[in-house]
Design a protein. Structure first.
Length: 439
């Protein structure tokens, strides 16, 4: 919604709003917030609300610790699971230095810059993420266990599927917040679910991912469950992916329309640009040591390739018509920072167009069951977070899109995670200790 500041202030006054959450995320995609009272909202719009940025991973140091949150009025949303009397609303925020200049580590700013570069070149991108998550039971104290809510599988129904009421509540809550879910279903793993929402402009789509995570967590908790977005919470079951659907428009025309029949032009170059940079940006699309247990199994890709409809590929072109014509990137997982991920994908695609890159031949075979000789012809995605970080560190492209400072801070923190992982023997149990309660 394109609310003006005065409309927001009026809404807060007239709708019994008593609590305001100013939301942002660190460079790793972990959501944070500061709560203010309604009397402080006008000041927040005019001056921002300060916070200790040295306490947020990847932001500032103790000597220069102040940053300011300025709410984006267009992101006003009532939180439906909070009390109807004395309402709670949420804004996503822009992050500024004390002198008012944008903070270079603000993911929303990075994504806005990428989208503006596309617009200046005559293009606009649409994103439609598909987010998977597991629902686990909790113990008597309310803490999560590793026991899935059910033993159902893909598209099962009740009573085998015990998550349908939770998914329904999630979808209705998203609708109340102005986010449009399109489909929901049980996924392949026990207790695993998926909700897909309507495609949107890049910044709105990334905001929607952040909102979606918080809604899923809140509704699961309300139902006595724990929702996990860990890429691979169960070693022998499907991992959680966040497939990213992208389309590219020039004027009113979707350049991916009829792409499955007539491959070529700017759409083909855009896809090749993403394929060219796939290895360098994997550390941002798959940010945990646990992420690499998912890749190459249960329809998660391992090789840098593309094809029509084929779910064993990194990129597939679904059978779709009109506004829903698009390509799907299948490697990302929901632990990623969507702002950084979307910015990198826009940048890679635009680079492909600028180079008039020719799209490589499609891999029209099942890569999960191909023989060794066939597989040796394909480049692989990084096989570990350490390998992915090495490629990111050497990537001039990533530093250009995200800024050198952001990339360096990101890599330094992730290298420490890798070191702790190595020291612990690289076990799945250690990964669960590190990530399960946070992701």
């Amino acid at each position: 919604m394109n609310y003006a500041v005065h409309e927001v202030l009026q809404f807060v006054e007239e709708n019994d709003v008593k609590f305001i959450r100013l939301t942002f995320c660190d460079i790793f995609g972990m959501q944070k917030n500061i709560a203010i009272m309604p009397s402080q909202l006008a000041r927040a719009f005019e001056q921002g609300i300060s916070f200790d940025a040295s306490a947020v991973r990847g932001f500032m140091n103790v000597a220069e610790s102040d940053l300011f949150l300025v709410p984006d009025p267009g992101t006003l949303a009532v939180l439906p699971w909070r009390p109807a009397q004395g309402r709670v609303v949420r804004f996503f925020c822009n992050i500024l230095y004390p002198d008012g200049t944008p903070f270079e580590g603000d993911g929303r700013r990075i994504l806005k810059d990428a989208a503006e570069r596309a617009q200046k070149q005559g293009y606009s991108c649409k994103f439609g993420p598909e987010c998977e998550f597991y629902l686990f039971e909790t113990n008597e104290q309310g803490y999560p266990t590793y026991t899935p809510q059910d033993n159902a599988s893909y598209c099962d129904i009740a009573p085998a599927d015990r998550g349908e009421n939770v998914r329904r509540e999630i979808c209705l809550t998203l609708e109340e917040m102005g986010i449009l879910p399109e489909t929901s279903h049980h996924e392949q793993g026990p207790g695993q679910n998926e909700v897909d929402f309507k495609y949107a402009d890049p910044l709105e789509a990334a905001d929607n991912v952040m909102a979606f995570r918080s809604v899923v967590k809140a509704i699961a908790s309300k139902n006595g469950l724990y929702a996990s977005f860990c890429p691979k919470p169960l070693t022998d079951k499907s991992g959680n992916g966040m497939h990213i659907n992208m389309s590219l428009q020039k004027g009113e025309r979707n350049l991916f329309e009829n792409f499955d029949e007539h491959i070529g032009g700017e759409a083909a170059s855009f896809v090749q640009g993403v394929l060219n940079r796939a290895g360098e940006i994997t550390a941002f699309l798959n940010p945990l040591t646990n992420s690499y247990r998912r890749l190459g199994e249960f329809e998660a890709p391992r090789y840098i390739s593309w094809s029509r409809q084929n779910r064993s590929q990194l990129v597939r072109v679904p059978a779709a018509k009109g506004a829903y014509s698009r390509f799907e990137l299948r490697s990302p997982d929901p632990a990623c920072n969507p702002y950084l991920a979307f910015a990198l994908l826009i940048g890679a695609g635009l680079e492909g167009i600028s180079q008039n890159a020719a799209l490589c031949a499609p891999a029209n075979l099942d890569l999960f069951h191909a023989n060794k000789a066939q597989l040796e012809t394909f480049e692989t995605l990084p096989q570990s977070l350490e390998e992915a970080l090495e490629k990111a560190a050497a990537s001039h492209f990533a530093k250009q899109v995200l800024t050198q400072s952001t990339v360096e801070k990101y890599i330094n923190q992730k290298q420490r995670e890798c070191g702790a992982h190595r020291k612990a023997g690289g076990t799945h149990a250690f990964e669960m200790e590190q990530y399960f309660n946070d992701i």
